[in-house]
Design a protein around this ligand. Sequence first.
Ligand code: SAM
Length: 254
Amino acid sequence: MGSIKADSVAKQIIAFSLLNRGDERFSVGWLYLIATPIGNLDDLSLRAKDSLIACDLIACEDTRVTAKLLAYFGIKVPTTSYREENERRKASELADRIERGEKIGLVSDAGFPAISDPGFRLVRECRRRNLPVVPVPGPNAAITALAVSGMPTDKFLYLGFLPSKSGGRCKAFNKWKDFSGSLVIYESKYRVAKALADMENIFGPNRNICIAREITKIHETFYVGKISDLKSSFAEKSGKGEFVLIVGPEGYVL
Ligand code: SAM
């Protein structure tokens, strides 16, 4: 159970958003969609911390990962697993609990839940039942990488994870190679080098890109430049960690 302070802050927020919609049902609970750090635990916002404390139950992608976050901040709230494998069943169960008046928090292992992570089904279930969804924004790898990449930020396309095989990846690159903004891609450490090779084939060697590695962590590195240059320098370095790839549009000069 959460503190009185966090609870009253949350109630003010929800009352405000419900009133804004002309909705006067204050007796239901709500879903908090809470963004958590993508590396540096100190990136958890004060409001995210208060919201976690205020929850009756926190639904986590991996309860062991979230247990570490909660322990770091001294938060003692019950958790339950909400992951890809049980999402369909759990979405309905959690929405039932919200309907009965509980405050359910949803977190993923890192970043914004529902963005290339479990969460969409629960949010949709809440919307279908007209239950409040309260966003608690915070870290997200895609937006953070884009903002610091030096590639255009006025227009971008979030592609998330591409197919793991070269054929599927190349098909996606071919489809979007003429997009007039930046492309934002999540890639696993096992496939970054292969994705760069495919990019060079489809986009050509001179396309400007940014490889954002281990954002907010000890080995945070941003490689920025032409695909051909980065491909060779990157191949010599360790491919360990988590990566976001930002591809600038054709003809973009850094
Ligand atoms: N929901 C998360 C978000 O809001 O960013 C994304 C989760 S997705 C399962 C995990 C992928 O996000 C990683 O494979 C990597 O591509 C990217 N990512 C997450 N944390 C990162 C970090 N600290 N540095 C670079 N990329 C990261």
